[in-house]
Write a protein that binds this ligand. Structure first.
Ligand code: DX5
Ligand code: ZN
Length: 216
């Protein structure tokens, strides 16, 4: 399987959102990455359900929704109705992660779990076989345009090993500071999906940038 590209709309031009959605539709990107921030779990507020619904109306590719919110269980049904295809919660926000994953899957969505930079891979040992996707945060969540944390590469290798050893069917996605200087290393370390925001939307030719990330 070739790796997937999930452009983060956090860095899109919200005044021209439909244009940026069409750009992704017409590109080699695989998913739309949508960052939901509540100002509590992370020190920033992004956008919410109405924006997800709008993206869903125009998007021709799956919505990869990243919840950086406390009490994610409360909103699983709302994000399902808004059009999420993959719903990722943070390990750090779930007291009953197994139950949360089952609730996401019961709606027919893929269930993702994200780990902050300080959270070790070993936390997922007893639940990995239930998880469709692990999202490794390679920056502290909350903002686009931050610097990649190099230890993320070791974490991805360790996670790849855990998945292989347990025979789990889990995708690895990485989020934060991804660009053309680290993308190849990340895929070689075992990543299946790369999220990129500022690197894509801050470039002169986002379509070409996506293509370059796709063909490393
Ligand atoms: C950060 C978000 C990311 C962000 C990535 O909290 O989860 O998805 O948009 O932005 P870049 O690629 O600019 O680091
Ligand atoms: Zn994200």
């Amino acid at each position: 399987m070739t790796h997937l590209i999930s452009p983060s709309l956090l860095s899109a031009d919200f005044g021209n959102l439909q244009r940026d959605i069409e750009m992704i539709n017409n590109s080699k990107a695989d998913w739309f990455h949508l960052d939901i921030m509540d100002g509590v779990f992370v020190p920033n507020i992004s956008y919410g359900l109405p924006v997800i619904k709008t993206v869903k109306k125009h998007a021709k590719k799956p919505l990869d929704v990243h919840l950086m919110i406390v009490n994610p269980d409360k909103y699983i049904d709302e994000f399902y109705k808004a059009g999420a295809d993959i719903l990722t919660v943070h390990y750090e926000t779930c007291n009953h992660l197994h139950r949360t994953i089952q609730s996401i899957k019961a709606k027919g969505m893929k269930a993702g779990v994200s780990l902050n930079p300080h959270s070790p891979i070993s936390l997922l040992k007893d639940i990995i076989h239930e998880i469709d996707l692990v999202l490794i945060m390679s920056v502290n969540p909350g903002f686009g345009g931050q610097k990649f944390i190099p230890n993320s590469i070791n974490k991805i290798k360790e996670l790849r090993q855990l998945i292989t050893e347990t025979g789990a069917n889990t995708l690895i996605e990485v989020d934060g500071g991804v660009d053309n200087t680290n993308a190849k290393t990340l895929v070689e370390a075992g990543c299946n999906a790369l999220v990129a925001g500022s690197f894509i939307f801050g470039s002169k030719n986002p379509i070409a940038t996506i293509e370059n990330l796709k063909h490393l």
